[in-house]
Design a binder for this molecule. Structure first.
Ligand SMILES: Cc1ncc(COP(=O)(O)O)c(C=O)c1O
Length: 374
């Protein structure tokens, strides 16, 4: 049986929805985008928001609007998707890495170690449906006068202690890439509750002007528009978002139940504060640096696993940072452990029970055959 890592959850509803763009002859960012925008803000309970072409550009736009500039430093967790850190670098600022905890979330206790007179902001990343300790993080940010940029690329619709991801900090970036719980194929969104920041976002994303059609540009700006075709997909996706949440939680709990008796592995669990929990991927934790070998075995059996993020302090693209001792390997024991032990199991919305059973059976067989023989 073949089990892919991922399949987008799109079908005729999305197809029917994009027809509206062609019927009305409005394909660029327009009425459907403003309808989609309002609905997004309602779900995440934020006051203001703008679209961006993808999550990476949403992060860049968000930090630009906050005034992050060359020479500034931004604290970023060492285990996250590359774009969390590369977006800082693209603004000429420096991403400074801190270790994560065993749940793979930013470890606030490690932040003091990297503080400098240049530190301007901190970027919590809500990874895999989990949430870092936001009250400790906010306390730390207030004590040290730091701005908070939430990388909520994977966290649309998730709440922790009743508060939506994307509203804890000064600004937040979301991604609507095809593997996200809500997709527009490609797409991003920047949310804030601050009117002044919102005004900056409007100028920055529209060539430094407030209104389209004018050729007078009071400020510098880019083009961060999306299209109504993408928003039409997003609107159709919103209609089935409750089903997505329900299915994803079910998939997570099926894996948990089926592997409950294993002495070798366990499934990463959310804290009870997180509700709704919307697992971006189901994460399997192994114990003896087994990720690589288990993934090879799964692949041989037609299951497509995915490894964990490579620790950022080891990324070849960040070699130029390594003279600074804050990037020394010794500071990142948990990131290194997670990289060698955690893997992402296939957990797309339409995965069926047989496929989940096959994946867990394959994992159990791997251990019956002796597991890690390295
Ligand atoms: C944590 C995180 N940040 C940023 C991004 C970038 O989003 P995009 O792929 O839409 O540019 C992703 C995408 O997967 C992500 O997972």
């Amino acid at each position: 049986m073949k089990v892919p890592q991922f399949m987008p959850f799109v079908a005729m509803e999305e197809y029917e929805s994009i027809k509206r763009c062609f019927e009305t002859n409005w394909i660029t960012e327009g009425p459907l985008s403003s309808e989609f925008n309002k609905k997004i803000l309602k779900i995440i309970n934020a006051k203001y928001g703008v679209f961006a072409p993808n999550g990476t550009l949403a992060l860049i736009l968000a930090m630009k609007a906050l005034g992050i500039k060359p020479g500034d430093e931004v604290i970023v967790p060492n285990l996250t998707f590359f774009a969390s850190a590369s977006s800082v670098e693209f603004l000429g600022a420096k991403p400074v890495f801190v270790d994560v905890n065993k749940d793979s979330q930013l470890n606030v206790a490690d932040c003091k170690r990297v503080l400098s007179s240049k530190t301007k902001a901190i970027m919590p990343v809500h990874l895999f449906g989990l949430v870092p300790d936001m009250s400790a993080l906010k306390k730390f940010a207030t004590e040290h006068n730091l701005l908070i940029i939430e990388d909520a690329a994977q966290a649309f619709g998730i709440k922790s202690a009743g508060q939506s991801c994307g509203t804890f900090g000064d600004i937040a970036a979301f991604s609507f890439f095809a593997d996200k719980s809500l997709t527009t194929a490609e797409g991003g969104f920047v949310a804030t509750n601050d009117k002044e920041i919102y005004d900056k976002l409007l100028f920055l994303r529209n060539q430094g002007r407030r209104d389209r059609g004018s050729f007078i540009h009071p400020e510098m700006g880019y083009n961060f528009r999306i299209t109504d075709i993408q928003s039409a997909i997003g609107l159709a996706q919103l209609k089935k978002f409750d089903r997505v949440i329900k299915n994803k939680v079910l998939i997570h709990s099926k894996y948990t139940t089926l592997l409950n008796n294993s002495e070798h592995v366990e499934i990463l669990q959310p804290s009870s504060d997180i509700n709704p929990f919307i697992p971006f991927r189901v994460i399997l934790k192994t114990k003896s640096n087994e990720a690589e070998q288990l993934m090879t075995y799964l692949q041989e059996c037609d299951v497509e696993p995915r490894g964990f993020f490579y620790p950022l302090h080891k990324q070849p693209a960040f070699d130029f940072l390594k003279d600074d001792e804050r990037y020394d390997d010794i500071h990142f024991p948990i990131s290194n452990h997670i990289y060698k032990n955690y893997i992402c199991l296939p957990s797309f919305v339409s995965i069926n029970d047989e496929q989940i059973e096959y994946v867990t059976k394959t994992i159990n067989t791997y251990y019956q055959k002796g597991g890690n023989k390295k």
